[in-house]
Design a protein around this ligand. Sequence first.
Ligand SMILES: [Zn+2]
Length: 72
Amino acid sequence: MVKYEKPEVFEVKATRCQRCGGILLSEFGLKNGMGHVCKRKADAEAAAQEIDENQLTLFGDEKEAENEEGVI
Ligand SMILES: [Zn+2]
């Protein structure tokens, strides 16, 4: 009969991306409150807001913003 040892229980810090709601476990996510994908887009959007809104934007497909990072 196989005898298993007592399971080792980990405690990890996690947060949710403020932009897509994905679970973030990475240092980057915990520090910035969003994953690297969303952070890049958020930064780009913030920069774009300072530009004339009639100009072309870099973000065409909004659908990909939904939980694009998943669990990282
Ligand atoms: Zn995200």
